[in-house]
Design a protein around this ligand. Sequence first.
Ligand SMILES: C[S@@+](CC[C@H](N)C(=O)[O-])C[C@H]1O[C@@H](n2cnc3c(N)ncnc32)[C@H](O)[C@@H]1O
Length: 386
Amino acid sequence: MSKFLILFGNTTLLSRLEFEATYPNFFLEKLDEHLFIFECESAEAQDMMAILGGTVKLFEVVKEFNNTIEDKEFIEEIVALLLSQSNEPYFNLTQIGKGQRNVSNSDIKDLIKENGKKSRYFSSNPSESALLSHKSKATELLSYNLIEDSKILLAQIKGVQDIDDWTNRDRNKPYADRKKGMLPPKVARMMVNAALGLWQQKNTGKPLVYDPFCGTGTVLLEAGMRNLNLYGSDIDQQAVFGARDNLAWFKEEYKVDVESKVFYMDASHINPEEFASKVDLIVTEPFLGKQTPRDNELANVFKGLEKMYLGSFKSFASILNEGAIVAIVFPRVQLEKRTYSLDSLIDKLKAKGYNLLVDPVIYAREGARVARQICLFGFSRKENNT
Ligand SMILES: C[S@@+](CC[C@H](N)C(=O)[O-])C[C@H]1O[C@@H](n2cnc3c(N)ncnc32)[C@H](O)[C@@H]1O
C-alpha cells in the first residue's frame, strides 16, 4: 500500500463526490482545502487521472520524516531524491499546511550545485501549474506536515490533469452553442463518474447512458470517454444535428467505438420506442431558465421550471431500469434575502420512485446568476410508485 495526496480543483465538493463514488474502497481524509490523502496499491492509482474530471494532481508519498528533522537534513533528503532520478533535475517543492519548513527551491538548487550538478526549478501554486508540469515532466514535490502524527510527508507527482485534452473536447468539437450555456466538460465528467460509480456499487456490466437535454452533447462525449453506450435527445432539431456531428468528431478523434443514438424528443414526453433497451443512467443538464433573469421574474421562472422538471421525471420512469441513477442539474438563484431553487421538488420526486442519494452539491461559476445544483437520485419502481 502507498499513501497518495490528491489535489482537487476548485469544485472540491463535487470532486470529492466523484472520487468517493468511483473508488468507494479508498478512504479520503481531508488535509487542506483542496488536498486529501488516501491509501491504495500503486497500480490502482495508475489510471486515476485519465478517469477523474475534478482532480488536478495526484502525488505519491515517497518519504516520511519525523517532523523534528532539521531543515538542512530535509534539504539533503530532497536533493538525494532528485539526483537519484535525474542528472539535471527540473523541480518544484511546494509546502502545504501548517508547520512549514524554512526551505526554498533555491536552497535545494544550491545544494545540487555543491554536488556538482545543474538544476532548474519553477515556483507556482500547485493547482495552477498543471499545464506546466504536464508538459515539462517536471519533478513536482509536495510536503505536508502531519502535525498530529509528528510526521512530514514528502510526495512526488504521479499524475497531472491533461489540460490540453480537456480543452480539445471543449473547444475543438464542430458544434457549439454558447448562448444556451454548455456544461464544462469536467463538470459533465464528474456527473457521469458519480452516477456510474453509484450504479456500479450495485450492478455489473456496461450501462446505457441517456441525456434527454443533450444540447451540444457534452455529457455524451464525457460518457463516451468512459466507454459507455450513449443515447441523447433534445427538443431543438439544430442541437440534435450538432450533437450528432460532435459525436462523430469525438469517435474519430479519440478512436472510441461505442454505440450512440441522438434524436429529437421532448423530455417530458419520451417515446420508449426510440430505445432498444432500458436506461441505467440519466446524466443531464436541463433547461435552467434564462441566464440572467430579473428578480421580479424569478418566482414565475421557477414555477415553470418545476413543472417542466416534474413532467420530465415522470416521463423518465417509462425508460429507466430498476436501480437506475439520475444525475441532474437543478437551477438555483441566491438573492440577498431569498433563494430560488427546486428543493421542494425533491420530496415530490420521492413519491415517484426517485430517492436522493447524496446531499446536492452546488457548482457556481464566478459571476453567474444561476448556479447549478447537482443532484443524484436512485430510481426504484418498487418503492412509493405512482
Ligand atoms: C442547458 S442546455 C444543455 C446544454 C448541454 N449540457 C451542453 O453542454 O451542450 C439545455 C438543452 O435542453 C433543451 N431543451 C429545453 N427544453 C427541452 C425539452 N422539453 N425537452 C428536451 N430538450 C429540451 C434545449 O434545447 C437545450 O439544448
